[in-house]
Design a binder for this molecule. Structure first.
Ligand code: PLP
Length: 442
């Protein structure tokens, strides 16, 4: 049987792939692995999920419990609203959306997204400022490619959603990391932000509600972030893919409210709130009342990158006005109620597990970060070994904290069916007890 963590995914590039100019079978070929790609993708969630999947014991007849990623769509409690499905079917049946998209998306879809995002805001978003993308991931690709001019740098949170790190590394955009502070409810360390930035800092990323920490920023804190960014002359990238997925005390406030203070690039999608990540529909919105982004040329470059890129499928764009308009409020409230129940049972069960602590009760998104107390464990040296052994012995997938930037922490997804979560946390508890140091007899 393979021992944990010795899978092909950890094999160094040199031994598994031809380097350019080396020979294969005696003949010289002029292509090979791209080391920049290899280095950038070693920082993303899929890389670690594949690694953990390789450690699963195929002889374990129990179902694998996936607490490693945020996609609850396969579970009955999170099935999307029939009205959204109907909207897609209608768009397809109409045969009006089989054509290529226009740059930035179909006008009807841009208008619908502008109206949706303006609900509850103190002003109306203009449809021309909305650019449609194939999920939020695509918006990240486009935006990071646009910002990656030689010498520029970007401020990313630690911990973070690692796609930004991978994408920036791939585009050779320098990454500077500021901390989110667990002791302050995972708020931004604003002093660190000021110390990190210089005149080559293009942007700061703010993920709110937060993946991976499960917190949501207060209005006051968002304002302070906006003021700091304005003082430093940097753009705020507001990733609001978990917009409105909050179930605690703190209400969600959009960074859009602070666009008067600092230019904001608002990113989002229907993936999480509608539980349909496979539909690949998202957006990027330039909130720029003082034309700062426009006059700097950024908006023009963004449109050019979009021109070189793919589009969300046209039939999803055709369906989006009905998806946004007709989805029943009961669907959203039922999903939020399930998430609230799951987050609470996750928090309570974690308290009973000897080697992990949760510094902050999650109140948003689909995740929580917990700290590993390695000193109480007998035969586990770090977060990666913990997760590999957990996958192997308990068929339970949890992400090692290093995958989101915090070594010796874990990121746990609670967005699964409640019964499955209970089973997963009980397996985690058994595993932790089995690997804990045995108490000395007096
Ligand atoms: C913070 C964050 N941003 C962006 C994305 C990507 O979203 P999408 O599925 O719409 O591409 C995710 C997905 O997990 C995420 O957690």
């Amino acid at each position: 049987m393979k021992s944990p963590c010795t899978t092909h995914s950890l094999t160094p590039l040199k031994s598994k792939a031809n380097k350019m100019g080396e020979t294969g079978g005696g003949k010289r070929w002029n292509f090979g692995a791209n080391e920049v790609v290899e280095l950038s993708c070693s920082q993303n969630v899929r890389y670690f999920l594949n690694l953990l999947a390789d450690n699963l014991d195929r002889n374990d007849s129990r179902p694998v419990i996936p607490l490693g990623h945020g996609d609850p769509s396969p579970f009955p409690s999170y099935r999307t609203d029939p009205a959204a499905v109907e909207a897609v079917c209608d768009a397809l049946r109409s045969a009006q959306f089989n054509h290529y998209s226009t740059t930035s998306g179909l006008p009807i879809a841009r208008k619908a997204v502008a109206e949706y995002l303006s609900r509850g805001l103190s002003y109306q978003i203009c449809p021309n400022d909305v650019h449609l993308t194939a999920g939020c991931h695509h918006a990240i690709d486009v935006l990071i490619s646009t910002l990656a001019v030689p010498g520029a740098n970007i401020l990313l949170p630690r911990p973070s959603y690692p796609m930004y790190d991978s994408r920036a590394a791939f585009s050779q955009l320098e990454i500077r990391r500021y901390d989110l502070l667990p002791e302050n409810g995972w708020e931004v360390d604003l002093d660190a932000v000021e110390a990190l930035a210089d005149d080559k800092t293009a942007a700061i990323l703010v993920i709110n509600p937060c993946n991976p920490c499960g917190n949501v920023f207060s209005r006051q804190h968002l304002q302070k972030i906006a003021e700091t960014a304005s003082k430093l002359g940097v753009l705020v990238i507001a990733d609001e893919v978990y917009k409105d997925i909050t179930f605690g005390e703190t209400p969600f406030v959009s960074m859009a409210e602070f666009a008067e203070i600092v230019p904001v690039m608002l990113l989002g999608s229907i993936s999480k709130r509608w539980c349909v990540p496979g539909w690949r529909f998202g957006w990027m919105v330039t909130l720029d009342p003082h034309n700062i982004m426009k006059d700097s040329g950024l908006v023009h470059s963004l449109a050019n990158v979009l021109n070189m890129s793919t589009d969300p499928t046209t039939f999803i764009q055709g369906a989006i006005p009905d998806i946004l308009e007709k989805t029943k409020e009961e669907f959203f409230s039922s999903v939020l109620e399930t998430l609230r129940e799951c987050s609470e049972s996750c928090y309570e069960e974690i308290k009973k597990i000897p080697c992990i602590t949760c510094p902050y009760k999650p109140e948003a998104s689909m995740f929580t970060m917990v700290k590993l107390e390695l000193s109480v464990l007998e035969d586990i040296k770090d977060d990666l070994e913990f997760c590999c052994k957990l996958a192997k012995e308990e068929s339970l997938i949890i992400l090692p904290g290093r995958s989101v930037g915090l070594k010796n922490w874990l990121r746990i997804t609670f967005a699964v069916e409640p019964e499955l979560l209970k089973d997963g946390l009980s397996r985690l508890n058994k595993f932790a007890l089995r690997h804990s140091k045995k108490k000395q007899q007096p």
